[in-house]
Design a protein around this ligand. Structure first.
Ligand code: RTP
Ligand code: MG
Length: 154
């Protein structure tokens, strides 16, 4: 990992999995030039859901959020690249798909605030990327290799 690189946590939510959007979403990050360093297909239990979305525990939508994120499997990933957290969030779009520009993942595939296809670490929440990676992955699940186009990208 070179000095300007950063890692960020992303997951395709249960609605994205059930709609068959995993491949499309992975493709977008690959084509952008980010490097996949970890990935797993998992069922989130209520405990993990509470830890992951702990910041929203007191919000009125929290119970629905936990219900939804545990409703079926998710595809969890770690992506690496320059300023990856911000880059990924800009590709994801806004929380509400209605506010998300076409071309973003939520703007292209989402209609509903509660079922917005994808999660990505918040770049405005310092350290959220590292915290979320630690919550979902063991250190030895993050794999190291070179993308051969890196010299052209950076
Ligand atoms: P996420 O964490 O899932 O990537 O989404 P986000 O950062 O864009 O939005 P965040 O504020 O962290 O909210 C987490 C998820 O909770 C649901 N939500 N519902 N009913 C509501 O007002 C409301 N607000 C947020 C969304 O599904 C959002 O993705
Ligand atoms: Mg969030």
């Amino acid at each position: 990992m070179s000095h300007h690189d950063e890692r960020t946590f992303v997951m395709v939510k249960p609605d994205g999995v059930q709609r068959g959007l995993i491949g499309e979403i992975v493709s977008r990050f690959e084509e952008r030039g980010l490097k996949l360093v970890a990935g797993k297909f998992i069922q989130i239990d209520r405990e993990l859901a509470h830890e992951h979305y702990g910041e929203h525990e007191d919000k009125p939508f929290f119970d629905d959020l936990v219900e939804f994120i545990t409703a079926g499997p998710v595809f969890a990933m770690v992506w690496e690249g320059a300023d990856a957290t911000r880059q990924v969030r800009s590709m994801v779009g806004e929380t509400d798909p209605a506010e998300s520009a076409p071309g973003t993942i939520r703007g292209d595939f989402g209609l509903d605030l509660g079922r917005n296809v994808i999660h990505a670490s918040d770049h405005e929440d310092e350290g959220a990327n590292e915290r979320e990676i630690d919550l979902f992955f063991e250190e030895d699940e993050l794999l190291d290799y070179e993308r051969i186009d890196a010299a052209w990208l950076y």
